[in-house]
Write a protein that binds this ligand. Structure first.
Ligand code: HEM
Length: 416
């Protein structure tokens, strides 16, 4: 299952489908993340055979072939269902490498990529600091041995992938257990629940491969693959909506309606704030390449308060994406809305990012001046009239995954 493509003079990549980083690709509308554990007591060859069976099933689904509709008798027609443009991606969590959870050992411990750790509520392994876990009642599992990401244009295609896997496990008594499933949907208004545009700056297509592809053979089986970070972030809209529009714009760093970058904040005699956005923006259509670049990637602002906005805290250097210090990640998140609890919608951003080292994401969340000391953006010690630090994000589920390069019979098969 590969959509590998040559970029310029580079050799073709081996990055799995399901990461829409290639020029002209757009992720489908519907998202599922299925988390699966391998039962303790399973031998490596049994685990390998079970994953291979799933991967074969998924390859067939991508061609519209459903197992229960296969012709069995002479004269039966060949049934091909709409595939919905389904893509499938397989990731391995830190749990897979944990010998205390898998007896006998499934995978040699030294094959675990050093940065691939379980997320913990606090201490070593918590990436969050100021992005706290949601309360117990809202928290969901985010980690497992295996993560299968499905993206397609239709709800049916992503749901069918999940149900067909369940049927296969049942039919063949595979040593696998479903842990949970996370769902998400894309928005054609290109905004997020906080109403601002999202994804305005998500790396130019020519820069994406450099930001996501693992180039070090540490461990060797991950060379040519990538790493996935998943944070299902719940948004407290009541807190967000209690802020005046100007404060929201200062926290994000963009104009709420147009997406134009905030450049400067003037202070009146009585401390009142007046926001200055990029001159000339919004630009008339079509944008010139220079206008497009300035809109997407505004220069580092001189104003210290603008520097503390979400877009500038999460992207400091605006330089080459394959330079470590820039901590660039390729975001491919989806929105979610779950049940209505206590009369309030439980909604948020299912943040997903791909990067060639997990440190790019964890640094972004942990470093001073980046997102370490805030929940979203803004000053920690605001002056009069400036937005006070707010807490409106919490993590419902999260996990880090190694996403090995394409291989047969499935990505990463060589480690079992
Ligand atoms: C999980 C933690 C998060 C991280 C690591 C993160 C990271 C980022 C990054 C790297 C950017 C691009 C900045 C730029 O180059 O201009 C960005 C922009 C943005 N993010 Fe986040 N973000 C997170 C959570 C959220 C949440 C939960 C929301 C909304 C509820 C959100 C809304 C936005 C918006 C509106 C933008 C500006 C639009 C854009 O430039 O794409 N982010 N974020």
């Amino acid at each position: 299952m590969s959509g590998a493509a040559r970029t310029g003079d580079q050799p073709a990549d081996r990055i799995q489908d399901g990461i829409y980083f290639r020029k002209g690709q757009t992720p489908g509308k519907c998202y599922r993340l299925l988390l699966i554990n391998i039962r303790s007591g399973t031998r490596p060859n049994e685990a390998r055979a079970a994953i291979a069976a799933i991967w074969t099933l998924l390859a067939e689904l991508r061609r519209g072939i459903v197992r229960d509709l296969r012709p069995l008798e002479a004269g039966d027609p060949e049934v091909i269902v709409p595939d919905g443009g389904l893509t499938c991606l397989l990731g391995f969590g830190a749990r897979l490498f944990n010998p205390s959870l898998h007896v006998p050992r499934l995978v040699a411990t030294d094959l675990r990529p050093p940065e691939l750790v379980s997320l913990r509520p606090n201490g070593v392994g918590t990436p969050f600091l100021n992005l706290p876990w949601a309360g117990e009642e809202q928290r969901r599992p985010g980690e497992a041995d295996l993560a299968l990401q499905f993206i397609a244009e239709t709800e049916l295609a992503v749901n069918r992938a999940v149900v067909e896997i369940w049927k296969l496990i049942d039919d063949q008594d595979l040593p696998l257990d479903f842990v949970t499933m996370h769902a998400g949907f894309s928005r054609n208004d290109r905004r997020s629940w906080i109403d601002f545009h999202d994804g305005l700056n998500n790396l130019e297509s020519s820069q994406r491969r450099g930001a996501i592809e693992v180039v070090l053979a540490d461990p060797a089986w991950m060379k040519g693959g990538t790493y996935m970070g998943v944070l299902r972030v719940s948004v407290d809209l009541a807190v967000w909506r209690s802020l005046p529009r100007e404060h929201q714009e200062i926290l994000v760093g963009r104009n709420k309606l147009t997406g134009c970058p905030l450049e400067e904040i003037e202070r009146g005699r009585n401390g009142e704030l007046s926001l200055k956005f990029m001159p000339g923006c919004p630009f008339g259509e079509p944008l010139t390449p220079a206008q497009q670049a300035a809109f997407r990637d505004p220069p580092r602002p001189g104003d210290p308060l603008v520097q503390l906005s979400h877009i500038h805290r999460s992207n400091h250097n605006r330089g080459a994406p394959d330079t470590d210090a820039n901590n660039r990640v390729f975001r491919q998140g989806y929105e979610f809305l779950e049940t209505l609890a206590d009369g309030k919608p439980c909604l948020g951003l299912h943040f997903v990012s791909f990067q060639r080292q997990l440190a790019r994401l964890t640094n972004l969340l942990r470093l001073n001046g980046w997102l370490r000391d805030v929940n979203f953006g803004g000053a920690t010690n605001p002056r009069a009239g400036e937005p006070a630090p707010i807490q409106f994000l919490s993590v419902v589920a999260g996990g880090l995954y190694a996403v090995p390069p394409n291989n047969d019979p499935f990505p990463g098969a060589e480690i079992f």
